[in-house]
Design a binder for this molecule. Sequence first.
Ligand code: ADP
Length: 492
Amino acid sequence: MAASEAVPFSKTGGLADVAGALAKSLDQLGHDVTLFLPDYFLLRQNKGSLPAIHDTGLRFSIQMNGRAVPGAVNWTTLPNTNVRVLLVRQPEYFDRRHLYQEDGHGYADNCARFCFFSRAVLEICRQMILRPDVIHSNDWQTGVVNGLLQTQYNGRPGFERTGSVMTLHNMAFQGRFWHFDMPLTGMDWRHFNQNQMEAWGDLNLLKTGIAFADQITTVSPTYATEICTSDEGYGLEGLLSHRRDDLVGILNGIDDDVWNPETDHHIPAPYSIDTVGEGKRQCKAHLQTRMHLDQRADVPILGMVSRMADQKGFDLITGAAERILSQDLQMLFLGTGDAYYEGQLRDLARRYPGKVAVEIGFDDSLAHQIEAGSDIFLMPSRFEPCGLNQMYSLRYGTVPIVRRVGGLADSVENFASESESLQTATGFVFGDYSKELLAETIEKAIWLYHQPHIWRQIVRNGMSRDWSWTRSAHEYVAVYRRAMERRTRRSP
Ligand code: ADP
């Protein structure tokens, strides 16, 4: 597996959760997994909380646009597994304050950084004689792996049988660069065409990954359908429709070692489905103190943990804020991203002290406390490939309000009425992207919050769902087998 981030080593979003948890589950199923990650500077900052990192002694160099760039390989293991983690070390590329961007701007050499990483993955497989059955790449950062596997490395010793799988975590991020970056990929210019690496005049690394993959997956069945349309395909819907037979949606699971209210060391009062009432009461009181909200047990808290981006529906929330806040409730936001939304939310917190709280930043521990201490979780996304927070919320007895898109549609069951869905509903799902509809849905949820016999049942329904990774891991294994079969049929 090749990924640009994985828990517990590096994380900016859901990709990291998926890469870490899937590798672990595949290992538990008895597969031999090696996970490739960039060796970011921040790994050294977090040294205390991570397993020891060792030097393999392996050195290599890659021709990057006429310059030989040296690399080294460190190794460690994924905690509590047999998964080998190989860290691609290249200080010039990876010793930065952040993973991809700073102050809202992507690093200018991102194409070079991740082409180097992708090319290193194959070079290290070759030098360490890993002979993979399948290479599973994730998102644009590792798209070039699939291209090289079908060209330079095709049929080379150690790669005779290697199939490739590409997972699309979010079509909005494609790794688009100007065409003169093409030599950084290590691929021949003849592949810079509209069926393979070029899109709208640019070099497109996500397209490269899709075009050359034996199998393609995305992170929910609904999103797999959506990305074949012009609304969600972001210009690659033609290619994806063409590859529809090789494209499958597999819903992410959640890592029970990390997101489990019974064992969560970030929360003040761990709880189970049987003790959720008391556990939540304590977690909520603690959260209200920590976030300077009024200390009240009877008022519902609506929580949100999210990248502050257009994708996540912040314009609906800020647009409907006055109407939402005319009710007796509290709102709590943790996130970072778009300065505009950060400002809007800060402004709300200023205007509604004790009722709205905002924390700008990335804080894993607080994210857990919000999942545990809130009553309702908001995810009114414009689009959502899978979404993890709504599943964490279900696990923590925090009822999600979501829009009917992507993985949200696949993971939350709407409460329609007591007679229709009391035994099955796990949350509230609305359709149109409209602030009025969001406000209405929140009003309905608040009304039901005050009907304890119904609310308790919705909470229980959500908490008893199975989101284990084992289910998803089995589906990935089936895809790996198809990739290997397709690889065998493909001529060298
Ligand atoms: P996406 O990958 O689109 O950002 P997901 O819901 O799939 O959204 O995954 C987001 C992950 O990142 C979750 O694990 C969430 O808890 C975490 N996360 C997002 N923002 C923050 C933040 N500001 N602080 C802590 N964790 C965050």
